[in-house]
Design a protein around this ligand. Structure first.
Ligand code: NAD
Ligand code: MG
Length: 387
């Protein structure tokens, strides 16, 4: 245990990543302290977390949800802030050292951006920030000398495996994908998938949006784009392999043919903890592999015909510019429509394709332009659905 705790802002503390992060912090024996907790609508859970973790700031982003809770039980040294601007204000606080960005979707961009601008170390779960604005965010981080440490399990695995060689010895990386619940489904079966089917992931327990993304394999498409920006790779250097057990979290292939991967049970506490304690490794609450049991690890090539989302990810990694922002917004809107029962599971990816085809590519957009296109693409999805 270090003498002074590392102060962590947990953006999205009531979500799947946020709750896992608080387990890691609780188990850290004082090495990690939650200085900021934030959530959108689950104000009751946020209050309970604040009572347990005694952060300096608690941010309830949705003022309506905030007003529904009696905050008089907050610890005396904890300040309640509300509204989206409050998130940015809390992140900038001098108390904060590391910002865990665990808000889902494009909504996570402002907090991540503010944290980079303020020079805070980023533990990045919100992959959508890099999908929407990877070129701008990584440039800002490089200018401010801010490390972006991956929390996504695949990218954490790559980050760990890259430490086994030199950058000029790297041939490619291979992202593993569980393949989701519909790995072997026929087109007819895919067309009949219900919301409940798609929310039942075989290996990971995650938030709703990423669970649907895993079922369409859009999650892997977004991760290809995330890897492209995090590790500065060309799309030809990023491979995908289906690995249903989710034990090998990804691999690095060196020029001599040696492949180094990272293994652990599917439990996000490990990559979260590694990002929060880096460069140190510490004992923690993450599940361990039981080597007294038989382990079967399988690897299959991905089926691009069954999962056309993968091609969209490669395309966005190849073209850059405005493609990622449009793809991400179209996907977020289409997933919301699927969850609302408005469109079929098999409509999600074609809807994204159609919106991408509608948009006029720009190679070097500003952040404002990307956010404008984000709004435009969401609108286009509504139009697509009406046809
Ligand atoms: P989740 O839906 O479980 O939680 C989302 C959190 O963000 C909640 O705390 C919610 O209150 C907050 N939030 C939602 N909308 C907001 C808004 N408009 N403003 C402010 N806060 C808002 O999501 P999750 O599964 O924890 O995923 C979070 C992020 O981590 C996503 O970007 C996801 O891709 C990434 N990720 C998740 C996992 C996982 O295992 N869940 C794994 C890898 C990466
Ligand atoms: Mg992942």
């Amino acid at each position: 245990m270090t003498s002074k705790p590392k102060n962590v802002a947990v953006l999205g503390s009531t979500g799947s990543i946020g709750r896992n992060a608080l387990e890691v912090i609780a188990a850290s024996q004082g090495a990690l302290q939650a200085t900021v907790l934030s959530a959108y609508s689950n104000a009751e859970l946020l209050l309970r977390q604040a009572v347990q973790f005694r952060p300096r700031f608690v941010v309830a982003v949705d003022p309506v949800a905030a007003a529904s809770v009696d905050w008089s039980g907050l610890p005396p040294d904890c300040t309640l802030l509300t509204g989206p601007e409050a998130l940015v204000e809390a992140v900038r606080s001098p108390d904060v050292e590391v910002v865990l960005t665990a808000i889902v979707g494009r909504a996570g961009l402002e907090g991540t951006w503010a944290a980079i601008e303020a020079g805070k170390t980023i533990a990045l779960a919100n992959k959508e920030t890099l999908v929407v604005a990877g070129a701008l965010a990584t440039k800002l981080a490089a200018d401010r000398k801010v490390p972006i440490l991956p929390v996504d399990s695949e990218h954490s695995a790559i980050f760990q495996a890259l430490q086994s060689g030199r950058r000029n010895e790297l041939r490619r990386i291979v992202l593993t994908a569980s393949g989701g619940p519909f790995r072997n489904y026929t087109p007819e079966q895919l067309a009949a998938v219900t919301v409940a089917d798609a929310l039942a992931h075989p290996t990971w327990n995650m938030g709703r949006k990423i669970t649907i993304d895993s079922a369409t394999m859009m999650n892997k498409a977004l991760e290809i784009i995330e890897a492209r920006w995090l590790f500065d790779l060309g799309p030809e250097q990023i491979g995908v392999v289906v690995h249903p057990q989710s034990v090998v979290h990804s691999m690095v292939e060196w020029i001599d043919g040696s492949v180094i991967g990272q293994m652990s049970p599917p439990d996000m506490k490990l990559p979260i903890q590694y990002a929060l304690t880096y460069p140190e490794r510490v004992a923690g609450p993450a599940a361990k592999i039981d080597w007294t049991q038989t382990q079967t690890l399988e690897f299959f090539p991905p089926d691009f015909a069954r999962f056309p989302a993968l091609e969209l990810g490669l395309e966005a990694a190849r073209t850059g510019g405005t493609t990622g922002a449009v793809l991400n917004a179209a996907n977020e809107a289409a997933v919301a429509q699927f969850l609302a029962g408005e469109i079929a599971f098999t409509d999600i990816v074609p809807a994204c394709r159609a919106v991408l085809d509608q948009h006029t590519f720009e190679p070097c957009p500003t952040l404002e332009r990307l956010l404008e296109l984000d709004r435009w693409a969401r609108q286009e999805i509504s139009t697509w659905i009406c046809h």
